[in-house]
Design a protein around this ligand. Structure first.
Ligand SMILES: [Fe+2]
Length: 311
């Protein structure tokens, strides 16, 4: 089976892969696709000890790890790894079982066609923050945005594929979807506009992106993944709850079931492993809107319908 998850950011957010019911059940027949910001090829000089430790760890897992690039990768080093043909597309081989899915390639994995186009603009480093001189080549690289050639290569590959694939894996979203998620906070750029073009011309079953550090089904057929690890083809909402990997975060507004009604509220506290004596799913303490009840109510993840954009 193919699983999809979001940014790992080197060792920072890789913990979602440790000891949970999804990864514990994954076998040598499974694939894990990370939607960018892999972050384990990050040091601008060489593979440092921490990177080696985690890359070796991934390589020793039963499954095969595949990743699109995001904006937090050391591109000169990433592009320096040996290239090979793998399942119909090109990869950089980081370890035998850890591979970078190159931009604009289409892979045939378990009978599904998967188009991959990494890259995104940084909003925390680089020219937008005015610190290009200091960070360029050390923690920010202009190659984070695909070149025109890479974009055209993707379009050409899609054309040869009849402009139809089963799944699309990217780091960022098409402009209109990014606007829904970030409400204008992240400006459109060449990459989001390119993906907008792809979204309007390519037929696909489901599109997964990372980058925004949330788990959300943005519109039907497009999901952003971060802490979740979901089977390809499924939505965030349809995925099972995972102990230790809460779907929602503190401060988020959510729509949820409460005493046979739909309620809106803000998450005040998250219990990823469940509260004491109740370790069946993540739980949330939620302050309800429009009610006399000032104390938070405790709600299991299965009772949360969706993240609300009405905060
Ligand atoms: Fe990220």
């Amino acid at each position: 089976m193919i699983y999809v998850t979001g940014d790992t950011h080197g060792s920072i957010d890789i913990r979602k892969l440790l000891e949970n019911q999804v990864t514990d059940a994954m076998t040598e027949n499974d694939y894990l696709i990370i939607c960018g910001d892999f972050g384990l090829i990050w040091n601008y000089k060489r593979e440092i000890r921490k990177e080696k430790k985690w890359l070796d760890w991934l390589n020793e897992r039963p499954w095969t790890t595949l990743f699109a690039d995001g904006n937090h990768e050391c591109f000169p080093r990433l592009y320096g790894y040996p290239e090979k043909e793998w399942h119909g597309g090109k990869v950089h081989v980081i370890r035998d079982k850890v591979m970078h899915l190159m931009r604009g390639e289409i892979f045939d994995i378990e009978g599904s066609s998967v188009f991959v186009m990494g890259g995104a603009s940084s909003h925390d480093r680089g020219p937008l923050k005015g610190d290009t001189e200091i960070v360029q080549g050390k923690s920010w690289w202009p190659e984070e945005i695909p070149s025109r050639e890479e974009m055209d290569h993707g379009l050409e590959n899609l054309k040869q594929h009849g402009n139809q694939v089963d799944y699309i894996i990217t780091h960022c979203l098409p402009t209109t979807c990014q606007d829904i998620v970030k409400r204008g906070e992240f400006p459109a750029d060449a990459m989001t506009e390119y993906l907008e073009q792809i979204n309007s011309t390519i037929k696909y079953k489901h599109w997964y992106s990372g980058h925004y550090h949330i788990n959300i089904d943005v519109v039907p057929g497009i999901s952003v993944v971060f802490s979740r690890i979901i089977p390809i083809g499924s939505t965030i909402m349809g995925s099972a709850t995972m102990l230790g990997v809460p779907k929602f975060r503190r401060g988020e507004a959510v729509l949820f079931h409460w005493q046979n009604e739909h309620k809106l509220g803000t998450i005040k506290e998250v219990h990823p492993w469940g509260p004491m004596f109740k370790h069946d799913q993540p739980y949330y303490d939620i302050i309800m809107y429009d009610t006399e009840q000032k104390k938070p109510v405790r709600v299991g993840e299965t009772d949360i319908i969706e993240k609300s954009l009405i905060a």
